[in-house]
Design a protein around this ligand. Sequence first.
Ligand SMILES: [Zn+2]
Length: 132
Amino acid sequence: MHINDAVFLEDLCPKLRLRQWRKSIHRFTGKSCIYCGKPSESIDHVLPRSQGGLSTTENCVPACLSCNGDKSDENALYWYRKQKFYDPRRAMAIRAWLEGDLRLAVRLLQWANPNFKVNQNYEKDESEFKAA
Ligand SMILES: [Zn+2]
C-alpha cells in the first residue's frame, strides 16, 4: 500500500468532509455490507483502531451492524473466512479495498452479487469529484 493512496478521496475533492466521506464509502458498495451484502449501517475499521488502524478509505469498509459487532477486534479476513456467508469473491474484494483499489473491489462485489447496481453511481460520483 502506498502512503499516497491513503488520501485517495481527499485528493479527488479536497473539500470532502467527513460526513461526505462516510457517505461515499457506503456508495461504493451500493450501501451494502462488504462482508455479507446486507444494508450497511456502519463503517468498520478493518484493522481496529485499538491496533493502530487509521480512518482512511483503505481501512474503512461499509458493514452492517451485525458483522461490525461480531467481527469486533478480530482480523477481518481471518474472521470473514469463518462466516457462513463467506464468498471468495467478496474476500478478494475486501483485499482489493485494503490495497486501495476501490475500482477492482467494486468489480468483484458486482461479480459476487449480480443485482449490484452501484457502478453507474460510482462513475457518476467520480466525475462529481473531478468537477469539484
Ligand atoms: Zn454484514
